[in-house]
Every structure is written in structure tokens, then in C-alpha cells.
Ligand binder design. Structure first.
Ligand code: SF4
Length: 381
């Protein structure tokens, strides 16, 4: 059974220059048909009993869920409440763009029991925001947070980005200091990754994208880790920081390699050792839902035990606590050292990994070179 449900809303009012998520420009899209298809997918999941009262978290992401109108958001919330088991849900998050957070939409979310907002902020310099293709500005972020608080939202997260084109270290420090002044409960800080098929990728290929050097980017990462700590946000994952008790329970499901179910175009699910992916194109997703009576997955991959153990390692090592040795033994019936002895030894020797009696975890140096460590645990067992 899945303890987390993800619902994908693949529409955006603007397309950011760095984004490779499954999203579509909102105008002229069959939004209502899509919402209806989502409802059918939820009904089917309940019929198939993949969700029950063990469901603890719901996360509506995108795309931009708040690009829906208040009426459409309301319709989506109604579908969720009428189909999914809500009795044990403790965390209900919606991703938002600051300039779309009207009082009307916020009220819809609040009335539906949404208790966590994740706001895409990225930076606090209007010129930088424009450069990366965002439509909001610093002022709209403050207004959005204020409005949300006035309606009683007490768990707000903001996303920030570093390593942006032309971003100076001083600007990153300024972004952090403005972010702290908002006194939100949770922050995520991601480094820019230039993905294929994005505006930035094309610019990079033409030699027109001026990015901070690797050293500067590493310095920005160290800065965010130090500053968050100093301001009372403890780091619990490589890119995530929270006030005590406000860690994202939904995202911890992914990092703990537990089961989740994803609804919508391109959404992923992980259930009983099987990873599934839904059709990404909107039209295809909607067609499949009707044709297959409520399912739209185009790939289904049964993981071997070896693959599950590898995933346990590279997902678990993303968390600051690291991989629990007991959990590993309970789940797979083997000691982590029996399976990954040489890899662990090597990473310990390199100073990238450390261990306590109960956990294996990345060192500070390992956090800066995370991918190198994760790679070491892939395709070895
Ligand atoms: S709003 Fe989010 S999903 Fe939409 S294009 Fe920008 S980054 Fe991508």
C-alpha cells in the first residue's frame, strides 16, 4: 500500500528557461478533461486497492497547480475528497507560484484541508528572476506569504536556486538573507542543472550561457548549509532545510524508498517493488485513462532485489541521517556491509562516507560530491 500520493498538474502560465518537467503552456489546453481523467484514475486506484487509510501525505505538484482557476482547483479538491482516503492524511501540500496565490485560490486550498504550501521563489533579485523566465518578483513573494498566513497557513516552504546564469555570490547571500526574513518553516535550495530541451541548454550550446564556476557553485552550496544552520534550519536532506518538526513527510517517503502512487501525465508510482510511469503527453494520458478504464502507465518495471538495495542506498544517502543499518537488514534480510562492503570501504577511505553504530551517512565532503558516492553504489550488487 502506498503511504503517499502525488498528483501532477502539468500546466504553466509561463515556461521557465531551466525547466525540463512534464509541463505544457496553459493556454488552449484541455484542462477540464484532464481534471476529469485524474478523477477516473483516482477512482480506479481505489478500486484496485492501492491506496487505503495508510495514506499519510498528498502532494500536488507540477507544472503549477495554482495555474488552475479557483473553480478548477475546487473541482480537483472535490475529486480528491470524494475518492481518496483522507482520514489519516497528516500532510497535504500544494506547489504554488507566488503571483497566482490570490485570496480566492488560497481559500479553496485552505477549505480543502491543504496544510502545507510550497512556493517557487528561486531568487529575490527581480532582474535574475526575469533572466530565468519567472514572472513573479520579490514583492509578490512577500504578498503571497502574507496572504497565506492571514488565512492560517502555518507550514510554508520556499524553493530557492543557486548557480544561476550571471548570479553573483553576493546575490545568493542576499537571497538567503531575504528568505530568512520571511521566517517560513521550510526551505529547499537547488543548484541549477542545465537539462536538454530547455532554453538554457540551447543557449549553453551556443556558448551564450554564463554560469558561475564549479568552485563558485560549491561555495554557494557551502554558504547555504552554513547560513541555514546559523538561522535555525536544520539540514535533513542534501537540498532541504527545516525548522524542527517541519521536514517534508511526503519527500521523506521517496528518500526512504517507501511506496507512493502518482496520478497524472508522466507521474511515477512505486508499489510492491514495481516502478510505473504514466504517459507524458496530455492527450495520450487522457486517451489511455478512458481506454484502459482508469490507468495510463506506459512502462512497468519490476525491480530485482539488487536494484531495490541500490536504490535504498542512493536515496537514503541523500538524507543527512543516512541509511539505517537496521532498516536495511529488516527490509532485505542482509547486512548492508555484506552487500556493499567494498564500496563502503572505498567511500570511507576517501572521506566521503562516515558511519555510526546505526547509520551510514555522507560526510561534508561527501555532500559536495554526492553524485560520485551514489554512482559507487549503482550496478554493483
Ligand atoms: S513554473 Fe515550474 S513547472 Fe512551470 S516551467 Fe517554471 S519551473 Fe517548470
Amino acid at each position: 500500500m502506498a503511504e503517499a500520493a502525488y498528483i501532477h498538474i502539468p500546466f504553466c502560465e509561463q515556461i521557465c528557461h531551466y525547466c525540463d518537467f512534464n509541463k505544457f503552456f496553459l493556454q488552449n489546453q484541455p484542462v477540464d478533461d484532464y481534471l476529469q481523467a485524474l478523477r477516473l484514475e483516482m477512482i480506479k486506484a481505489m478500486e484496485d486497492q492501492v491506496l487505503n487509510e495508510e495514506l499519510k501525505t498528498i502532494f500536488i505538484g507540477g507544472g503549477t497547480p495554482t495555474s488552475l482557476s479557483a473553480k478548477q482547483l475546487d473541482h480537483l479538491m472535490e475529486s480528491i475528497h470524494q475518492t481518496l482516503p483522507m482520514q489519516s492524511v497528516v500532510e497535504f501540500t500544494v506547489e504554488c507560484n507566488p503571483d497566482q496565490l490570490t485570496m480566492e485560490k488560497l481559500s479553496v486550498l485552505k477549505n480543502a484541508g491543504v496544510n502545507r504550501l510550497s512556493i517557487g521563489v528561486q531568487a529575490f533579485q527581480d532582474s535574475l528572476l526575469k533572466k530565468i523566465g519567472r514572472t513573479h518578483n520579490k514583492e509578490t513573494v512577500f504578498q503571497a506569504v502574507e496572504r497565506a498566513r492571514s488565512l492560517g497557513f502555518e507550514n510554508i516552504s520556499i524553493d530557492l536556486m543557486y548557480g544561476l546564469p550571471g548570479q553573483m555570490i553576493e546575490e545568493w547571500k542576499e537571497t538567503l538573507s531575504v528568505a530568512f526574513s520571511l521566517e517560513v518553516q521550510h526551505m529547499s535550495a537547488y543548484s541549477l542543472i542545465v537539462e536538454p530541451k530547455t532554453v538554457f541548454y540551447n543557449l549553453m550550446r551556443k556558448g551564450k550561457l554564463l554560469l558561475p564556476s564549479q568552485e563558485e557553485e560549491a561555495f554557494m552550496y557551502e554558504t547555504v548549509m552554513n547560513e541555514m544552520e546559523r538561522h535555525g534550519y536544520h539540514q535533513y536532506e542534501l537540498s532541504n532545510f527545516a525548522r524542527k518538526g517541519f521536514e517534508s513527510k511526503h519527500n521523506l517517503t521517496y528518500w526512504h524508498n517507501n511506496h507512493y502512487y502518482g496520478f497524472g501525465a508522466g507521474a511515477h508510482s512505486y508499489l510492491d517493488g514495481i516502478r510505473r510511469e504514466n504517459a507524458r503527453p496530455l492527450k495520450k494520458y487522457i486517451e489511455m485513462i478512458y481506454k484502459n478504464n482508469g490507468t495510463a502507465f506506459v512502462s512497468e518495471n519490476m525491480l530485482t532485489k539488487e536494484e531495490m538495495m541500490e536504490e535504498e542506498m542512493f536515496l537514503g544517502l541523500r538524507t543527512i541521517r543516512g541509511v539505517s543499518k537496521k532498516r536495511f537488514r529488516d527490509k532485505y534480510g542482509l547486512d548492508v556491509g555484506e552487500v556493499f562492503g567494498p564500496q563502503i570501504e572505498e567511500q570511507l577511505r576517501k572521506g566521503l562516507l562516515s558511519e555510526s553504530a546505526s547509520h551510514l551517512f555522507l560526510t561534508r565532503k561527501g555532500m559536495l560530491l554526492g553524485n560520485e558516492v551514489f554512482q559507487a553504489f549503482l550496478a554493483v550488487s
